[in-house]
Ligand binder design. Structure first.
Ligand code: HEC
Length: 149
């Protein structure tokens, strides 16, 4: 008796659906998230200028005006964000990630984290003057997160 034949693989309809999905995503306002993920992946910066780091690493998701957006994920505004009052909070988020935001601890040293956090906390309608120091970042930074097995 012959083994029952497998149904032929039907890859094409799936590809079509995937293409439609991608086209749909590209048309959505949330396309910034996909752009930014590509922007951040494998990318490190040598800049210690908070504004440059923001442009290179953060603005793809949080937008040039730091107002965030809604799309594939909700990206909170950093502009006028009261949660930035305590500098330790953005330091923690940048180092460890949060929800859909990737951790950047392996891309930025302590001085760079401090620079970009200080930039965000003193621009976009935020006016916090108690600058974060690289030593503050070092105190928050733990070992790099690892993927659970
Ligand atoms: C790949 C996209 C992406 C990048 C790049 C990114 N973020 Fe985020 N960020 C997010 C998302 C999404 C959230 C919200 C996570 C949640 O609520 O689950 C977030 C949340 C935050 C928060 C917390 C805001 C709040 O209201 O709680 C801060 C602060 C923050 N990001 C700062 C930064 C800084 C500074 C950079 C650059 C060094 C950066 N982010 C880069 C996507 C990103």
């Amino acid at each position: 008796m012959r083994a029952p034949q497998r149904a032929p693989q039907r890859a094409m309809p799936h590809l079509g659906a995937l293409l439609l999905l991608l086209l749909g995503l590209a048309a959505m306002p949330g396309r910034a998230l996909a752009d930014a993920a590509a922007n951040v992946a494998g990318r490190a910066t040598t800049s210690t200028d908070g504004q440059v780091i923001y442009t290179q690493l953060c603005q793809g998701c949080h937008m040039a005006n730091a107002r965030g957006g809604v799309g594939a994920a909700r990206i909170p505004a950093l502009a006028g964000n009261a949660k930035l009052r305590n500098g330790g909070y953005p330091v923690y988020v940048v180092l460890n990630g949060y929800g859909a935001m990737p951790w950047l601890s392996n891309m930025l040293n302590d001085a760079q984290v401090a620079a970009v956090v200080n930039y965000v906390r003193s621009h976009f309608g935020n006016a916090y003057t108690d600058a974060v120091k690289p030593e503050d970042v070092a105190a928050v930074r733990g070992p790099d997160p690892t993927i659970e097995r």
